[in-house]
Design a protein. Structure first.
Length: 596
């Protein structure tokens, strides 16, 4: 009798398990060129009505110059605006780096093979949370491939995909300053901001300047404030002063993969809150808005220097001296960017609330023995607010529209302090190579090293001082073979960086890294354990894998194009069915009193 009860219980358990597994069964996505499954136009029309007519057609950014007959006016505009990041982010079909559109359309030459490429044919231009909820339910119902896009800055093309339906969040622009806000844990914060999914950093900086406030945002005015940037970590020239962008989040409002709207914070959905602060955009949920900390704007001491070493030897001398000096400069509060090519070294640094005379002294020491690098006087200046520095030095340099790939490594502070020679030599090897250049982000160290931050940011950020990236770009008409060569060069340069960043255990920032990174789970998430923890949360909040993107948590469950379940994974799922079937069999056998 007792064993019969046990069997009844396991029978019920088995049915629940079977149902769960059946529900989470993953199939290949239905793509827009597949007429056998793509929803009928009447279905699209009804859907369009349900979202207040916000469904729009989408085209690649160069399409106006490739139409037949040519729309001369639209083509001229596209040519003039090509590198304008705002023009790009205002279009659902444009990516900031043109290569991700993969359309073979060009404004620079007449292409005979211009097609839609990786640009979805339809987008929901969401304005209300209800549009987001309806889109998630629609995509789930028709088994469509979804892509989520705020601005199109992603360096892995994660916000576009061939045959998908695009959820475009650009016009969700609400933002509110909340003078006093209490967290669910009872802490009170002054002047927090609530920003919607379409808000961009330049808008935040200008809006907050009227209140003498700043938030910890990106170097580009057009990067999204709550999307991939924030959810992937988000480094800022203010990060050594106050931490990464993900460290500033107090709460999210999201739409989950099941279409429900949820508050996510330390008390509600705490695991998802942990994952959304560093685990990457487009992976766990659609963020509708975020509540972020702000700070009174610091005054800024800034420095800008460009030097031209007369010989390779003098360049090497200088670079060794520069790398040796970096830890001390960082300790003084300097942060920012530097840029190295084979012929030039440029630096744009800032020190929040810095002291002019000590800042001047430090720059003088950095350059004084290098007058032959056409260096005369340190250019050190004082500005009243962060926005002044941003408008003067950072905003103007944000031109996009290139075909572009990069690779990167986080350089541990300990290595820079103890092996500066090797670090400088690695930099020199990279810039010596053909067309090589390096960008240095002195945006780690200081407050970024605060290991008590309990979020999912790659832990290697907490021990790094620099994030270094090497990149290549190419004109539209470059043959595929040459593009492959350039991508290989990027990967080789990453290998050089890796020799001074901890070898196999080194890591990279998942938003600014090599799209061909092989061991990306370890590199982007620091350790396999960290990745596994994120994957467990991912599987729970998104069992059907509605949110997939290139080298994002859980993308290893899918084929390379992210449209079909990974065959290996499907076998694992079939094994899972074994247990419930055994339990059901045992129940039936016990019911008919057959002993086994
Ligand atoms: C010119 C330029 C400057 C940059 N400067 C910096 C910098 O200073 N610091 C830094 O850390 N990074 C910087 N980046 C990298 C940047 O963090 C990434 O490109 C990041 O992906 C941008 O996020 P986005 O939402 O604006 O872009 P998108 O391309 O729109 O989205 C990126 C990813 O996030 C997802 N996503 C977007 N919105 C949401 C949402 N609301 N909910 C869920 N998922 C969403 C998308 O699906 C995609 O996977 C820069 C990039 C560029 C091109
Ligand atoms: C959706 O409806 C609006 C309003 O009726 C219409 O202007 C728009 O063209 C429709 N979208 C598509 C893709 O048909
Ligand atoms: C780009 O387009 C080419 C040709 O259509 C295709 O073979 C390739 O797979 C595409 N690449 C990506 C990343 O979508
Ligand atoms: C493309 O072709 C058109 C019409 O033939 C011509 O006017 C235009 O200059 C061409 N553009 C380029 C970039 O060659
Ligand atoms: C903007 O957000 C605030 C809350 O922060 C809300 O009260 C207001 O209704 C929103 N406005 C719009 C137009 O959605
Ligand atoms: C960190 O956050 C997670 C998720 O909210 C929680 O389970 C864990 O206990 C926290 N760890 C610490 C050290 O606070
Ligand atoms: C800046 O530092 C110098 C030297 O340490 C000191 O004399 C001066 O008072 C400081 N200035 C300010 C404004 O704090
Ligand atoms: C710079 O030159 C001075 C003498 O002019 C010397 O004392 C000092 O050690 C040099 N500094 C560095 C960093 O080489
Ligand atoms: C550096 O300065 C010298 C002398 O003033 C000048 O001849 C030379 O062109 C300059 N080089 C660069 C790269 O500016």
């Amino acid at each position: 009798m007792q064993s019969f009860v046990v069997n009844v219980i396991s029978f019920l358990f088995a049915i629940i398990l079977c149902e769960h597994l059946a529900r989470s069964e993953r199939r290949c996505r239905c793509l827009s060129h597949d007429k056998s499954c793509w929803p009928h136009s009447s279905v699209w029309q009804a859907f369009n009505e349900s979202i207040n007519g916000q469904l729009v057609s989408v085209q690649p950014s160069a399409a106006p110059c490739n139409s037949n007959p040519l729309n001369v006016e639209a083509c001229t505009t596209a040519r003039q605006q090509w590198r304008n990041a705002v023009w790009r982010s205002d279009q659902p079909g444009a990516m900031q780096n043109h290569n991700w559109e993969n359309s073979s359309c060009s404004v620079f030459y007449n292409s005979t093979s211009c097609h839609q490429g990786s640009v979805p044919i339809l987008a929901v231009n969401a304005i209300l949370p209800e549009h987001v909820e309806a889109t998630i339910r629609f995509v789930d119902k028709y088994n469509l491939r979804l892509v989520v896009k705020a601005t199109g800055h992603d360096f892995f093309g994660r916000s576009t995909a061939v045959g998908s339906l695009l959820l475009w969040l650009h016009h969700m622009k609400n933002r509110t300053l909340i003078p006093k806000w209490s967290s669910c844990r009872g802490e009170t914060f002054e002047n927090v901001i609530r920003v919607d999914a379409g808000v961009q950093w330049g808008e935040v900086y200008r809006w907050l300047a009227a209140y003498n406030l700043i938030a910890i945002g990106g170097a580009s005015a057009t990067v999204g404030a709550t999307g991939g940037f924030l959810q992937g970590g988000g480094h800022s020239p203010l990060s050594p002063w106050k931490g990464l962008a993900a460290d500033q989040v107090l709460q999210f409002e999201v739409v989950l993969a099941d279409g429900r709207r949820q508050i996510v914070n330390f008390c509600e959905n705490p695991d998802l809150f942990w994952a959304l602060r560093g685990g990457g955009g487009g992976t766990f949920a659609v963020v509708l808005s975020a509540i972020l900390r702000t700070y009174p704007t610091p005054s800024i001491v800034g420095s800008y220097q460009a030097v031209f070493p007369p010989t390779n030897n003098r360049y090497a001398d200088f670079l060794h001296h520069f790398v040796r000096s970096l830890p001390a400069l960082a300790d003084m509060g300097w942060a920012g960017y530097f840029y190295l090519t084979a012929k030039t070294f440029t630096l744009a640094f800032l020190s929040p609330n810095g002291n002019y005379s000590t800042a001047y002294q430090s720059m003088h020491q950095l350059f004084r023995n290098f007058s032959d690098l056409n260096f005369t006087e340190p250019y050190v200046f004082e500005l009243p607010t962060f926005l002044d520095f941003f408008s003067a030095l950072m905003e103007a340099t944000n031109e996009n529209g290139d075909n572009y790939v990069m690779g990167s490594r986080l350089l541990p502070e300990a290595i820079i302090r103890h092996q500066p020679q090797q670090v400088a030599d690695a930099f020199l090897r990279i810039i010596d190579s053909e067309q090589g250049f390096l960008v240095g982000h002195l945006t780690a160290g200081g407050k970024v090293s605060d290991i008590t931050q309990n979020n999912s940011v790659n832990p290697l950020w907490r021990t790094a001082l620099l994030h270094m990236l090497s990149a290549q770009f190419w004109p539209d008409e470059t043959p595929i073979e040459d593009q492959v060569k350039l991508a290989k060069r990027v990967t080789q340069n990453v290998e050089i960086l890796q020799t001074v960043s901890g070898g196999e255990q080194s890591g990279a920032y998942l938003n600014e890294a090599d799209p061909n990174e092989v061991d990306w789970q370890q590199k982007f998430f620091g350790t396999r354990e960290h990745y596994t923890r994120l994957k467990t949360i991912k599987d729970r909040v998104d069992p059907n894998g509605l949110f997939v993107c290139n080298k994002c948590v859980g993308s290893d469950d899918w084929t390379e194009d992210l449209n079909c379940p990974n065959p290996k994974q499907s076998i694992a799922n079939k094994h899972k069915l074994f247990l419930p079937l055994v339990l059901i069999a045992k129940f039936l056998l016990s019911y008919f009193k057959i002993d086994v």
